[in-house]
Structure formats: structure tokens, C-alpha cells
Design a protein around this ligand. Sequence first.
Ligand SMILES: N[C@@H](CCC(=O)N[C@@H](CS)C(=O)NCC(=O)O)C(=O)O
Length: 205
Amino acid sequence: MSYTLYNRPGSGGFVVEAALTLADAPFELIELDSKVGTPLPESFRATNPWGQVPTLILPDGATMTETSAILILLALRFPDKRLAPPPGTPAHAAFLRWTIFANVNLYEAVIRRGYPFRFTDDREGYDAVRSAAIRRMDEALALVDAHVAGPFLLGEEMTVADVYLAMLLAWHRGDIEIPRLSRIVVAVRDHPVVGPIWRRHYGER
Ligand SMILES: N[C@@H](CCC(=O)N[C@@H](CS)C(=O)NCC(=O)O)C(=O)O
């Protein structure tokens, strides 16, 4: 019984692909032929009516969307692989907090920047939507940076929250000092399992 991951190169499925690989979970990767920053083909709505990737089909056929939910699910399903700190620990609470924070504040801002036409009906307002999104992301990244336990977000071990944050940071267009998160990006890129997946999606970025 295998998972099926829908993504397109360079999109958010990178972190799900990394999590499935770290978990040693069997999965098939279906890469949609579509350019980053554009809506996915209408036909994909038969798989995910919201029309977004990552979309993960579970071995029982259920559809999972929303990156944070997918990462939490995989961490709970593969506890031995330590994708996240064990449930019941303070670090697990922090994992839930920042993984959801990343979804609703960082990923959301990336989408506002990339798809401003969804956030205003004023064509003249796209640049303002974009710049506000970049500023909001600056603020959110600074807050996460201040909460890095070190060397990784939640302490000594890399978790999928680090991989998720590194992906969001790779997409960021702002210009702020976030030294702890910047070191996490380097560690994620250098990771023996995650690094090669990163390079397939983002090259040397
Ligand atoms: N809330 C979703 C956001 C996913 C998302 O925005 N994915 C982008 C690619 S990175 C996408 O599918 N864009 C196409 C679209 O929104 O039409 C999640 O957490 O997974």
C-alpha cells in the first residue's frame, strides 16, 4: 500500500516528498506539468477540488491537503523515524505551534505575493498586495527566528518543521536578518537525504 503525492517541481510538495523519504514510506510521485506561480490545470480539480499541491493520496484512498496537516499526519504515522518530537513533550507542542504558524502566516503570504489577483479586485492594487505580503513574511520569519531553540527549530534534531521553514525561506523575496533560520537552510540543503531532493526542486538556491 503506497502513498501518491501530486506536486510540480519547485512547489510545496518538496517538503512532503522529503518527509515521505525520511519516513521510508513507499510513494509514487506525480509531477504536474505547470509553471510555478500559475494556477494548476482545471483537470486537477478532479483530484483536489481546491486545485492546489501538495495533494497526498493516502494508502486507503483518502485525500489529504494542507501542508501542515500532511506533515503532522506523517510524523504521527511514522513515530520511529522522528520526523517530529514525540507527542506529549514540550517540543511536540512547539512543533504543532510553528508548523501551523508556517501554514497560516508564511505559506499564506507566499500565495498572496504570487497570486495577488485572488486578494484584490483592483488590478492597480497587485503591487501593494505583493509588498504587504513580503513585509508580513519578514515579520513572521523574524518571529520564528527568535524562537529557534538551536541548532534546529526544536532543538538538537532536524524535524520536518525545519525542512518546511527552509522551503518557505527559499521562496522569500524580502531582505531581513534571520541568522538562525539561515543556518537551518544550510543544514537542510546539506542533509544527505533531503539535500538531493532540494536540489531537484530548487537547484543551488
Ligand atoms: N494551504 C495550502 C497551500 C498550497 C499552495 O498554495 N500550493 C501552491 C503551490 S506552492 C498551488 O498549488 N498553487 C496553485 C493554485 O493555488 O492555484 C497548503 O498548505 O498546502
